[in-house]
Design a protein around this ligand. Structure first.
Ligand code: ADP
Ligand code: MG
Length: 474
């Protein structure tokens, strides 16, 4: 059956567009939103196609490449029947936003106009390295917008001191930032870039994702422009390579990366690397590269604490000048624990929802909207949690989980914990072994086989395991 549009009148299309703009504002952040969507006007909504008016061809191309999906998604949240977005170019299109601008907006906006957009619009054509490696920096990712707490203070301080220095910092070169997904690594790197651009504009900064590094490298090999690639990267003052785990196992890219690293460090140029794990945990990375990566300062970002999550929510709300009741903020901070990206997403979802239905955000509404997300956050079971529960149940010490004592009263619960760790988490055998006092993966494998065998042989034991699983999942 064809989807019935909720929007009958063309006039209603305008209302939906205005509501979609609210969602886009949350999704993109105030600065990006203003740069692009203040130039867009609603024209009509007919046959489930919305037509928008943009002032120039450039704006149309940019918006349709970068934001079309987001526009569709925002509109769909209100009217699922939409099929397509069309653009028409009309140069007399005027700004639609006449909103009050807070001081935060002004600060971010200046940066956007001076740097972000300038980069995109006026890409110089006479400088190869800028063309090859130019990347846009997210205007939200500044030091000012980074909330500091015990889990990230080392990484923050290190990034800040590298940014403030006008030369490479010998003790922090390379600066190696590592931590799980969504904990702020890219944010810190962009913050360094913003800081240097604003305070030491003559220093040349290049930020590149490891994937783009690889792509550019291979592309330049194919098109025989390898010298441009090399020179482009080696003529910078600060080189940042994000998510370096992606070049694991890629031999020739690793080789090139290593040479770039060496050349720059030897020439006293600053390197910043980010990664989802520590240098020594990079499997399929050559030893000499790992050791080179660990030479400078290695700073890890730990999982967030409740206080940090609370601080981040407060700071985001201040940025968008929105009020959300205290109990809702506390609820979000206590329930969305996986990472900051997800925490932000949850906050945005709650605000967007309340904007749409025109009701205040309350705890009940929040619980309802985020039900699935919260369930998945709660499902994230850790090995430590399993060890704790099993140790409690069998009345042994948690440290026995890591010991090599072989008496049955200790070895059996340990095997059960390993078995459950395999079944209830995504961890590899090697990772599990590490958490049990550095045992190797064959020991873990053996434990799992043993428990599987007992489950098939002994009904009561099988029941116990089921019960334990339930206790751990609660
Ligand atoms: P990573 O690169 O480590 O995967 P990101 O840097 O992309 O993570 O961060 C994910 C999101 O969380 C971003 O929107 C970022 O602005 C936000 N974020 C992370 N850490 C902080 C922080 N300490 N304060 C404010 N926002 C943060
Ligand atoms: Mg990142």
């Amino acid at each position: 059956m064809a989807k019935v549009s909720l929007v009958d009148e063309i006039d209603d299309g305008k209302v939906v567009w205005e509501k979609s703009l609210n969602i886009l504002k949350l999704d993109l952040g105030q600065a990006v939103y203003k740069s692009w969507f203040s130039k867009v006007n609603f024209d009509k909504y007919e046959s489930n196609i919305v037509t928008l008016i943009v002032p120039t061809r450039f704006v149309r191309d940019w918006i349709s490449t970068h934001f079309e999906k987001k526009i569709l998604r925002a509109w769909k949240a209100i009217d699922p029947a939409i099929r397509k977005v069309n653009f028409i170019i009309r140069s007399d299109a005027v700004a639609v936003t006449t909103e009050h601008t807070s001081s935060v907006d002004i600060k971010v906006k200046n940066v956007v106009e001076d740097n972000f957009l300038a980069d995109e619009f006026n890409q110089p054509t006479d400088s190869k390295e800028v063309n090859l490696f130019a990347s846009k920096f997210d205007p939200r990712f500044t030091f000012d917008n980074f909330v500091v707490g015990p889990p990230n203070q080392l990484a923050y301080a290190a990034a800040r001191s590298v940014a403030e220095s006008t030369k490479a910092k010998p003790g922090s070169n390379p600066l190696f930032l590592y931590g799980g997904v969504g904990l702020g690594k890219t944010h810190l790197m962009h913050a360094v870039a913003w800081y240097i651009r604003n305070n030491h504009p003559t220093r040349k900064v290049v930020y590149i994702s490891a994937e783009k590094f690889m792509y550019q490298f291979i592309k330049s090999l194919r098109s025989k422009n390898i010298m441009d690639f090399k020179e482009g990267l080696r003529s910078v003052d600060v080189l940042m390579v994000d998510d370096v785990q992606f070049i694991c196992g890629k031999e020739s890219t690793q080789e090139e990366f290593f040479h770039t690293l060496n050349t720059l460090i030897d020439n006293n140029k600053q390197i910043i690397i980010s990664c989802d794990r520590s240098p020594s945990d990079l499997e399929n990375m050559e030893e000499r590269i790992k050791s080179r990566l660990g030479w400078g300062l290695v700073a890890d970002i730990h999982n967030t604490t409740y206080e940090l999550r609370l601080g981040i929510l407060e700071s985001k709300l201040a940025m968008i000048d929105t009020h959300v009741p205290r109990d809702v903020i506390e609820f979000l901070a206590s329930k969305i624990t996986s990472n900051i990206r997800e925490l932000e997403g949850a906050l945005n979802k709650v605000i967007a929802h309340s904007n749409l239905i025109g009701r205040k955000v309350t705890l009940e509404v929040t619980q309802e909207i985020l039900r699935d997300l919260i369930r998945s956050n709660e499902k994230a079971i850790t090995i430590e949690h399993i060890q704790k529960k099993i140790a409690e149940k069998y009345n042994i010490k948690i440290s026995d989980m890591s010991s090599s004592r072989r008496s049955r009263a200790i070895a059996r619960p340990r095997q059960i914990a390993m078995y459950l760790a395999k079944n209830l988490t995504q961890k590899s055998l090697a990772d599990i072994g590490k958490k049990f006092g550095g045992k190797d993966h064959t020991t873990v494998m053996h434990a799992i086989k043993k428990i599987e065998q007992l489950i098939t042989e002994d009904k009561d034991f099988a029941e116990d395991i089921k019960l334990l699983t339930r206790v751990i999942e609660c």
